[in-house]
Design a protein around this ligand. Structure first.
Ligand SMILES: [Zn+2]
Ligand SMILES: [Zn+2]
Length: 893
């Protein structure tokens, strides 16, 4: 019986997650259990949840983040620390804008048809629907975060934080605007940062093109993978030490088709072994060429429009798409006889992370953050241990990236996002960056000013997340108490996107590290190790909502937590989820057994501080399970504190399933049956005590099934979610050793039984010479008899071996000698008869095989493999015969 309105009155026969999870979650949320109390005398434990994309649907990435963070949160909450988990959602600039643009396309519209204001309004409508959806889906994962503190990166106060951070950096000249080479996505129509470019190996061609000198007397051949960029060339470069071209340097060549004259220059950056050793230089479309261009003062000619169609610089190809232009230009070169050859080529090509379009390196005017001055303190914070990265090997990766960091392009040519807080004066050209929207130019007083069209990179606002969510830049109570946060937990693949930027911005804006620990988990892959994506045919099987419907949230979470180690990818297998669903049900059944044995006296067994009443009849089994449990508590706490979440979960699993269910419950059954009330009550007390404690240990891993069971069991307090974390207690070495021996003895007898094919129902005799263990075995003899299926009447315990029957199986277990009379194991006459029949059958087989192998025709003509197989068979027959003969001999002597 439970009085918890979220649960059925009685425990169902089997654990039914779908009946329990959602009502229980609503009960926790409504009960305010996810909210911290501010206690100035205690250091709080705080996590900012990595905000999911507002338009996204729940996937396994969210599931693993939630599982790890919720486990940490629930653990620390139970240890009594004020614990806060801040949830939120990210406006996800490009991703969201793409989704809404696709929707508009279905209506035959583009964002330009709507105009900026209407379009942004439309995105907000979308946001309202999808934000609710992702928050509700997150609730299905059982996250115990404080929903009243939920934040959205474009909330009014968070937008104010973004603006404050921008203005501060701008005023210190850490933000600047300029024309530089950026990664340009022609599909999204925006610049993207280096990190948003995904490189993939592609098969393409290398085109060898002849450029004639101004005078037309000589030519130089260059190789390129992007012939269309010839139209933006402003030089040809060779290595200064390349003897082939020494006399050419300083001369001019004509670009094919458009005939522009460009110089031949010498630059150390040219690799003489690539192509012909002479390369074309297109500063507007290639990062290496861009650098060469700066060194040699070359003009920068951008031959493309924003959408990667060719512009007027492309002459006859103006208006064509980049690939169309490539085809036409190559055809023209061939017709002119200036295409020397085409070779197959394999190289890495950058793609837009969001839409997968090939990225075009392109010169463009953008906003940048000067990262070097921000990176220095961020490096120092990790070097001096104020921030610890788990696993440690990622520290090196962090150092390398931070030491070689490049300026961060933060402007995006989008409409959805935080608009750059900079205005330009149309009269005097002044640039105004301000915390409040200006109405006139501070320099000349003109009201003809306009705001920059660009918005900020989404990661700019994400970088402020740990403190903007707590109220920064205002000095709020939350910011004062909960900042710096404790742990930043995320997938290792966004270490730079996010973690590095939070550290840089956190230190710069607040003067403090934003968190003291970075915990990086691996990626979840399918059973074959493939990255799980929507394109997999069985992707639906990895949809967390499907898994939760089918197996329950606890099973999914336990699988994710125990299957992963920090920083390593994991394979998610269906069978493990199923096994963990069975584990939930196993604990449920254990609880039903315990409850069934308390009956109406449940209230007498509310777990006391100490499970063994003074002067109570103490059984070694009780001392043993308590010792094992106390040992477990210590280990699990240590492992969780050391972020070894997987190992901690596995140990609770092993203990509950193995020692508690398979051994202690089975041992207790004997005492509950035999009618000695003091012993039975002691067992009841220990059964409840250990189970209740294990529910606490398992709660961070399987919150639903543990809370549900706890509500049915006798307990102290309102809810398991806020019950105190158990304390490790004394270890009882003597009891552990004694019960260890008993378990070994039972296992050995069970093995012997199965080896001799003894029917499970058959009770057998045993004589045990126990030495100094005699009193212990006498105490445990009913248990031993029950577990090893011995006949109590024919179980003889003695200090030393007395009359041992002649035909007996002798087993030696940790200083004990155990004899099982064969006559009690088996019906001797029948067994001897069976062995003889088997031996006769074998003799026939051996004769047949030997005859076959003696046949020269067979050995010469049959395939080698067949002959080999026959020989192996014969060896096997002989081995089997020897074994049967030995068994028969044992039974006869
Ligand atoms: Zn794109
Ligand atoms: Zn002005």
């Amino acid at each position: 019986m439970t009085e918890n309105a979220a649960l059925p009155d009685q425990m169902s026969k089997t654990y039914n997650a779908s009946e329990i999870e959602q009502p229980l979650y609503r009960w926790w949320e409504a009960g305010g259990y996810f909210k911290p109390t501010i206690d100035p005398s205690r250091k709080p434990f705080v996590i900012s949840m990595p905000p999911p994309n507002v338009t996204g649907a729940l996937h396994l990435g969210h599931a693993i983040v939630s599982s790890i963070e919720d486990a940490l949160i629930r653990y620390h909450r139970m240890t009594g620390r004020p614990t806060l988990w801040v949830p939120g959602a990210d406006h996800a600039g490009i991703a969201t804008q793409n989704v809404v643009e696709r929707e508009l396309a279905k209506e035959g519209l583009t964002r330009h048809d709507l105009g900026r204001a209407k379009f942004v309004e439309r995105v907000w409508e979308w946001k309202r629907v999808f934000h609710q959806r992702i928050s509700d889906q997150h609730r299905r994962l059982g996250v115990s975060c404080d929903w009243d503190r939920e934040r959205f990166t474009m909330d009014e106060d968070l937008s104010r934080a973004v603006r404050e951070a921008f203005v501060r950096l701008y005023e210190r000249n850490l933000i600047y605007r300029g024309a530089y080479l950026v990664n340009w996505c022609p599909r999204c129509g925006t610049a993207i940062s280096d990190l948003e470019v995904e490189h993939e190996e592609e098969d393409t061609s290398l085109w060898y093109v002849r450029y004639w000198t101004e005078e037309g007397d000589k030519y130089i051949t260059v190789a390129t993978t992007r012939p269309e960029t010839i139209l933006g060339d402003t030089a040809v470069a060779v290595n200064p030490s390349d003897p082939r071209y020494g006399d050419m340097v300083g001369r001019k060549v004509r670009l094919p088709v458009i005939n522009r004259l460009v110089p031949i220059i010498a630059d150390e950056a040219v690799d003489s072994s690539f192509g012909t050793g002479a390369v074309k230089v297109t500063p507007a479309h290639d990062p290496v060429d861009y650098e060469i261009g700066i060194r040699h003062g070359l003009p920068v000619i951008d031959a493309m429009n924003d959408d990667a169609t060719m512009n007027r610089e492309a002459g006859p190809y103006q208006g064509q798409g980049r690939l169309e232009c490539r085809r036409n230009l190559v055809a023209d070169l061939e017709a002119m006889g200036d295409l020397v050859k085409v070779e197959p080529y394999h190289h890495s090509v950058g793609h837009c992370q969001r839409c997968h379009t090939t990225v075009e390196p392109r010169i463009s005017t953008q906003w940048f953050v000067r990262t070097k001055p921000l990176a220095r303190p961020a490096l120092q914070a990790v070097r001096d241990g104020r921030i610890r990265i788990i696993p440690q090997r990622f520290t090196k990766v962090y150092y390398e990236w931070m030491e070689n960091i490049r300026d961060w392009c933060i402007s995006r040519q989008l409409w959805w996002g935080h608009r750059i807080p900079v205005w330009y004066c149309d009269e005097c050209g002044a640039q105004i960056c301000s915390r409040v929207d200006p109405t006139e130019c501070p320099d000349c007083g003109s009201s003809a000013i306009h705001q920059d069209e660009d918005v900020l990179d989404t990661w700019f606002s994400s970088g402020l997340w740990p403190f903007s969510t707590l109220g920064w830049p205002d000095e709020t109570k939350d910011l004062d108490y909960f900042y710096p946060t404790s742990v930043l937990e995320t997938a290792y693949d966004i270490l730079f996107f996010w973690v590095a930027r939070m550290i840089m911005l956190g230190l710069d804006m607040t003067g403090e590290v934003p968190f003291d620990t970075v915990y990086l988990h691996g990626l979840v892959r399918d059973e074959e190790g493939r990255k799980i994506s929507k394109s997999l045919p069985d992707a639906w099987r990895y949809d967390p909502l499907f898994v939760i419907e089918e197996y329950g949230q606890d099973a999914l979470r336990f699988t994710l937590l125990t299957g992963s180690t920090p920083g390593n990818d994991m394979k998610l297998s269906q069978s493990r989820i199923e096994a963990n669903r069975n584990f939930a049900n196993k604990i449920w059944q254990a609880a039903r057994f315990v409850l069934g044995n308390l009956d109406s006296r449940a209230s007498e067994f509310v777990p006391p501080a100490k499970p063994l009443a003074p002067g109570a009849q103490v059984n070694t089994a009780d001392r043993w399970i308590l010792s094992r449990y106390h040992r477990l508590v210590g280990q699990v706490s240590r492992l969780i504190d050391g972020y070894q979440l997987g190992e901690a979960g596995r140990q609770v699993y092993e203990f509950l399933w193995g020692e508690y269910c398979d051994w202690y419950i089975e041992m207790s059954k004997v005492r509950l049956r035999d009618g000695v009330q003091a012993s039975a009550d002691a067992a009841r007390r220990v059964l409840v005590y250990v189970l209740e404690g294990c529910l606490r240990l398992l709660h961070p891993y399987m919150p639903f099934v543990t809370e549900a069971i706890w509500q049915y069991l006798p307990h102290r307090g309102q809810a398991l979610i806020v019950a105190p974390w158990p304390q490790a207690g004394a270890v009882d070495h003597a009891a552990e050793e004694e019960i260890g021996t008993l378990m070994e003895l039972v296992r050995t007898i069970r093995n012997a039984r199965s080896e001799y094919g003894v029917e499970p129902g058959r009770r057998i005799a045993a004589i045990i010479a126990a030495g100094e263990r005699l009193p212990f075995l006498q105490e445990q003899s009913p248990v031993l008899a029950a577990l090893a299926r011995l006949d109590g009447g024919r179980l003889r315990l003695a200090e030393s071996p007395d009359s041992i029957p002649g035909k007996a199986l002798a087993l030696v277990v940790g200083g004990l000698e155990c004899y099982l009379p064969l006559a009690s194991l088996l019906d001797l006459e029948r067994e001897r008869a069976r062995l003889r029949t088997d031996l006769e059958r074998l003799a026939t087989e051996i004769a047949r095989s030997e005859k076959l192998l003696a046949n020269r025709d067979f050995v010469a003509k049959a395939p080698q493999a067949v002959v080999e197989r026959e020989r192996d068979k014969l060896v096997g027959y002989h081995e089997r015969r020897a074994k049967l003969q030995e068994q028969l001999h044992n039974l006869s002597s």
